[in-house]
Design a binder for this molecule. Structure first.
Ligand SMILES: Cc1cc2nc3c(=O)[nH]c(=O)nc-3n(C[C@H](O)[C@H](O)[C@H](O)COP(=O)(O)O)c2cc1C
Length: 350
């Protein structure tokens, strides 16, 4: 039995959040544990980049898994190209009552209603200051539960000011289903109030800025958000967060049960933004194998994040994607992944 399967057999006997916390403690104390798994070696040929983002590998870790930036060296050792830290709130908060993370193993999916448990911005800032590694760090920020609608724009601006100096890119999270009223900020007037406050802070600390959106958004709201992306010169979108499925219980669903919905939104966004040369989509939601990755690339996407498939497959998923990249670079006699991504006629054959 492969090492991660063995780990999973044991780990899945425990409450998901408890085992998650214990594992993160171990990864924080001993990042070299990563080496017991088959890791992705660092190699420039796997890098992907644009004018404002450079990842050493095309797969990043999605927000929520290392909320407080505790185990960055461990995830770097595994071979991730990026970690999106957070969601970070300004003040520490404990989030919703437990249990709040549930496995749906037959569907290779998860359901969570965490509600932004966060050690707070000051704690995360110190962790980021201490990290000196090669990961491209995104910091995903969100409002405290108790913050009023009127105070929300300033709170995002303060979070940006505190954390952007320690990040390569910043993400405004307005799409978690677990903070009451948060998704209302996907509406144009409310979102504009946040963007207007945050982008003022970009002058003293310019960082590529993204909005993380829900897969449950309608096309009109998506169009409005894309118009704001242009108006405020944002870098792009992170799509998508978890989806609401009331038939499955409270909270948000991720993994295989999200895949089709996320894919539809990715296609739509990539189609609508083809003419915007600086726009970047970070695709997340249900990616679980090489064919999902290739499908996203064929549509013009580049940067991908995973969460649920990492829980179900462990580091094997990274290794599998790396071996597929390697195999195709050899087969088509290419020097780098960037070269492959520029060859639609080859991508078509994958
Ligand atoms: C337990 C759990 C906690 C999450 N916490 C956050 C979070 O704090 N902020 C956020 O933007 N997304 C959060 N997410 C959403 C993921 O970042 C990602 O968007 C979603 O899981 C879809 O990706 P996947 O299908 O690969 O899991 C969380 C997801 C899970 C499963």
């Amino acid at each position: 039995m492969a090492l991660y399967s063995l780990f999973k057999t044991l780990a899945f006997r425990f409450d998901p959040e408890k085992i998650h916390d214990s594992a993160l403690n171990a990864f924080e104390r001993t990042p070299a544990i990563a080496r017991i798994f088959s890791c992705v070696p660092f190699n420039k040929k796997y890098q992907i980049s644009s004018e404002s983002l450079q990842w050493n590998f095309p797969i990043g870790l999605a927000a929520g898994l290392d909320k407080n930036a505790r185990a960055l060296p461990f995830f770097e050792n595994l071979g991730f190209g990026s970690v999106e830290v957070g969601t970070v709130t300004l003040k520490p908060q404990i989030g919703n009552p437990k249990p709040r993370v549930f496995r749906l193993p037959e569907a290779q999916s998860l359901r969570n209603s965490m509600g932004f448990p966060s050690a707070g911005a000051e704690f995360v800032k110190k962790k980021l200051q201490a990290y000196q590694g090669k990961l491209c760090i995104g910091v995903n920020i969100g409002k405290n539960k108790e913050t009023s609608v009127a105070d929300t724009p300033q709170e995002y601006a303060t979070l940006y000011e505190l954390l952007a100096p320690h990040a390569h890119y910043m993400i405004i999270n307005i799409s978690s289903p677990n903070t009451p009223g948060l998704r209302d900020f996907q509406k144009i007037e409310m979102l504009e109030s946040i963007l207007s406050a945050v982008t003022k802070k970009q002058k003293s600390c310019p960082r590529p800025l993204f909005i993380k959106i829900s897969p449950d958004i309608n096309e009109t709201d998506l169009d409005d958000i894309l118009s704001l992306v242009q108006k405020y010169s944002l870098q792009g979108l992170v799509a998508t967060n978890t989806t609401i499925r009331t038939d499955l219980g409270a909270g948000g669903i991720s993994g295989q049960l999200l895949k089709d919905k996320a894919h539809t939104i990715h296609e739509l966004i990539l189609r609508k933004t083809k003419h915007l040369p600086h726009f970047t989509l970070i695709g997340v939601g249900g990616f679980s194998d090489w064919s999902d990755v290739v499908r996203f690339w064929k549509n013009g996407g580049k940067y991908i994040q995973i969460y649920s498939s990492f829980i179900y497959q462990g580091p094997t998923i990274l290794k599998d994607i790396q071996e597929n990249i390697e195999g195709n670079l050899k087969k088509y006699q290419l020097n780098s992944l960037e070269e492959l991504l520029k060859r639609p006629e080859i991508l078509k054959q994958l």
